[in-house]
Design a binder for this molecule. Sequence first.
Ligand code: AOF
Ligand code: ZN
Length: 373
Amino acid sequence: MPSADADQAATDRRFMAAALRYSRKHAGLTGTNPAVGTLIVRDDGNGPVIVGRGVTALGGRPHAEAEALADAGEKARGATAYVTLEPCAHHGRTPPCANALVAAGVTRVVGAANDPDPRVAGKGYSILRAAGIEVVERVMADEASDQLAGYLSRSVRMRPHVTLKLALSADGMIGRPGEGQIAITGPISRRQVHLMRAEADVIVVGINTALADDPELTVRLPGLESRSPVRLVLDRQARLSPQGRLARSAEAVPVYLAVGPEADPAHKAVLAAMGVKILATDTFEGRIALPELLEDLAAQGMMNVMVEGGAETARNLLADDMVDRIVIFQGSGRLGADGIAAPIDRDHIPAGFRLVREARFGDDSYAEWTRGF
Ligand code: AOF
Ligand code: ZN
């Protein structure tokens, strides 16, 4: 017979997993605020039942706890709250969530990730404990930290979380010289990539990819078209073509161009007139200084960066140790020995990364590695 404690731990993990899944509802839609989830659960003798749920509202406020408590109403009294991030302790537009949980009569709080925001950082749990509430910390903390990686990275390291996404052929190529975009992976992978884009704040490509592939880098999934993030091209010399898809769509979905001091002012002016935002960036050893650029993006509120190519950009980011997650979609077709070799493949994942997910999308395989920080 499992002990009561083990039963409780299993129940806590089950509801925290549900809270984490539910929190994804607003992933990418909460500005600089983390997308948190809260479930209010009570057991009146017939087993635990969810009586209130909430996620951080669009734009970041109200917070998830306030939404869930409003949903639960009087049923929150005597209930357990599952929160994917430590409840806040500071006065924003609304009172601290920790105080709201106390006022609502919640008797037990189960938390996942701790909040590094200096206004919170342990104070949320202290408020709860001081009020006599039982607190259990760090339940499914790794999963929560993974989901909140962008927020945590920006808060702790002052830079966004960086995902490197690659589409590889079966023989480890990312394309063929001079052929632009060619289908390497199938339709299910494509939709997955678009979903990843929808949850990112900015998509990054190098200028060679922008010129060779003429990509759009938007979200083209039914119902999610408005979720296209900023598109950023690393373009030291400002070579982006005004005739290309990126420049031509800059009024509809923002395009940023990270340029070095040597970029041609006339060309910059042409692109700026089309709505492209020029980011004057430091260069280092003949290329855009990626750590500084990432810091700038974090200062602008960006938490999640997704890098879509090409090989040189990927190599530079890896060399600068700026990659936090590696995602590889691998198709079943071969491109041949004259293809462009992948900057990294499944057999050469850098030390410190661990495999966290594997899947099959139609004929393609998918694998994802992350590292903590
Ligand atoms: C929570 N629940 O759902 C979220 C929290 O600008 P403010 O006042 O909204 O504060 C932002 C901070 O609030 C953010 O840095 C993080 O510490 C916390 N986010 N806290 O209790 C939530 N999104
Ligand atoms: Zn709060």
